[in-house]
Design a protein around this ligand. Structure first.
Ligand code: NDP
Length: 280
């Protein structure tokens, strides 16, 4: 089985660079999909309260027989729970759903700049959770540099990661550079743009040159950029394919060619500066 590199976060905690994402996997399919990923060798799962499948992720980890401490599990604070008391309760609920006594990484899912509660207050609740030891690390998702600067000015614990949309059509070089300058690792969500980069001729050609697919070329590009990724698939052959990234290397010229696919209009998901969605 291939060895997935680990990355050491700014608090000394280690995270596998490659994980498995479960966004848009229906609860009834999540145990099987997650068990498949664990069988294939993934030891890092990315879920969220918003995905509605935390309970099934926890169940899959238990059913796998793999010791809890060998699987790195991330979840995220749902929108609408940003006030201190709500955030503390939501974290308890996340642990109850997973039936875990700790979480490896807990993130603020979105900054929600338009709501009444300031995400700095939310971050202080995250710090309380971190200090309790029940989340081994805390971080943020969908934060732009100006959101992070505001956080730094009024808090003590530095986020370990910032999970943002990144793929060859939306390279996010500015946010990644800001993260890197502040010892925050970038986690790249939608690493293959939810499938939208897979017909790309450059990725297809570069993949073929290594006996790999366009998806593997894109995922390898992320790995060589040093970002953390967790592609999602409910298809076993793709789950295997997405894990098979560590027996080839893209040349500098190939990396530069994929860098060149970045587009001004490449964003696939919501813009964090405008997104204030609260689930009902
Ligand atoms: P991905 O970029 O991982 O793409 C998933 C899609 O690509 C699915 O339709 C899947 O199909 C297909 N696919 C996967 N692998 C292959 C392959 N090798 N060949 C062809 N098609 C493939 O999108 P996600 O949005 O799922 O992003 C990954 C993870 O990032 C999420 O699961 C979630 O954990 C996280 N995320 C976080 C967000 C945030 O706001 N923090 C937002 C969005 C995602 P199929 O399943 O049918 O096989």
């Amino acid at each position: 089985m291939a060895t997935v590199p680990t990355i050491t976060l700014n608090n000394g905690v280690q995270i596998p660079q490659l994980g498995f994402g479960v966004f848009q996997i229906k609860p009834e399919d999540t145990v099987e999909a997650t068990r498949t990923a664990l069988e294939v060798g993934y030891r890092h799962i990315d879920t969220a309260e918003m995905y509605g499948n935390e309970a099934e992720v926890g169940e899959a980890v238990r059913q796998s027989g793999i010791p809890r401490e060998e699987v790195f599990v991330t979840s995220k604070l749902n929108n609408g729970f940003h006030a201190r008391e709500d955030a503390l309760k939501a974290f308890d609920q996340t642990l109850a759903e997973l039936q875990f006594d700790y979480l490896d990484l807990f993130l603020i899912h979105w900054p929600l700049p338009g709501i009444e509660v300031d995400y700095v207050e939310t971050w202080k609740a995250m710090e309380e959770i971190y200090r309790s030891g029940r989340a081994k690390s805390i971080g943020v998702s969908n934060f732009n540099p100006h959101h992070l600067r505001k956080l730094f000015a009024d808090s003590e614990v530095r986020p370990v990661v910032n999970q943002i949309e990144v793929h060859p059509y939306f390279a996010q070089n500015d946010v990644r550079a800001f993260n890197g300058d502040h010892e925050i690792r970038t986690e790249a969500w939608a690493p293959i743009a939810q499938g939208k980069v897979l017909d790309d001729q450059v990725l297809t050609r570069i993949g073929e040159a290594h006996g790999k697919t366009a998806a593997q070329a894109a995922l390898r590009w992320h790995v060589q950029r040093g970002d953390i990724i967790f592609p999602k698939s409910v298809t076993r052959s793709r789950v295997e394919q997405n894990f098979d990234l560590f027996d080839f290397e893209l040349s500098q010229a190939e990396m530069a060619e994929i860098d060149g696919l970045d587009r001004a209009d490449g964003r696939n998901g919501p813009n964090p500066d405008e997104f204030n969605y609260i689930p009902s």
